[in-house]
Design a protein around this ligand. Structure first.
Ligand code: 5GP
Ligand code: MG
Length: 175
């Protein structure tokens, strides 16, 4: 593996504030409704765990695991689902929780997949919206932090399966 350094980018305190703000907006929008929250594994697991503990509506939790072939820092564009939904989303309000939207290809693929299952509504909550490499048109309903670029780790995000456990977010700088 190449040599690299981790540079602090988003502190734990900022992440708490960010999740609080997102939860406030989601709670307002779904007042009186029940929803299915779908986490995209693995990257969203810590964000999702923090977020759902702040959500007020009655909710059911489910996960999918999406993988795209390619190297470690950019998607190949070919998405496959290695773990599917286990609950029915037919006629339900679905909130998809994603860690980072980069090219947007992974999320777009999953949203198309979801549409075939005929949910009542679908919204997306992404912790980080990274816009520079976006290749598809997507509307993100709830975004925690907007950035242009950078490869990030921590708070669920990995580099070659490492650093997911870091409590804050770091940018990876390659030497
Ligand atoms: P896409 O390019 O399809 O939008 O992003 C695919 C996936 O790549 C995201 O769900 C996310 O898990 C991962 N990804 C995108 N940018 C980063 C990043 O900066 N750091 C890490 N660790 N994963 C990323
Ligand atoms: Mg992901």
């Amino acid at each position: 593996m190449e040599n690299y350094r981790l540079v602090p980018l988003i502190s734990s305190e900022e992440l708490v504030k960010c999740v609080d703000d997102l939860a406030l907006r989601i709670n307002r929008d779904y007042e009186g409704k029940s929803l299915i929250v779908v986490g995209i594994l693995k990257g969203s697991f810590i964000f999702l765990a923090d977020l759902v503990r702040k959500l007020a509506p009655a909710l059911t939790l489910d996960f999918v695991r999406l993988a795209s072939y390619g190297d470690q820092s950019e998607t190949s564009g070919i998405v496959r689902m290695t773990k599917d939904l286990e609950v029915s989303v037919h006629g339900r309000h679905v909130l998809v929780v994603e860690d980072i939207v980069d090219t947007g290809i992974t999320l777009k693929w999953f949203l198309d997949h979801l549409q075939h299952l005929e949910p009542e509504s679908v919204k997306v909550c992404a912790l980080i919206d990274k816009s520079e490499r976006r290749r598809v048109n997507l509307s993100l309903d709830y975004v925690g932090i907007s950035l242009e670029k950078g490869f990030l780790v921590g708070y669920g995000l990995d580099y070659s399966e490492r650093h997911r456990n870091l409590p804050a977010i770091y940018e990876v700088l390659f030497d």
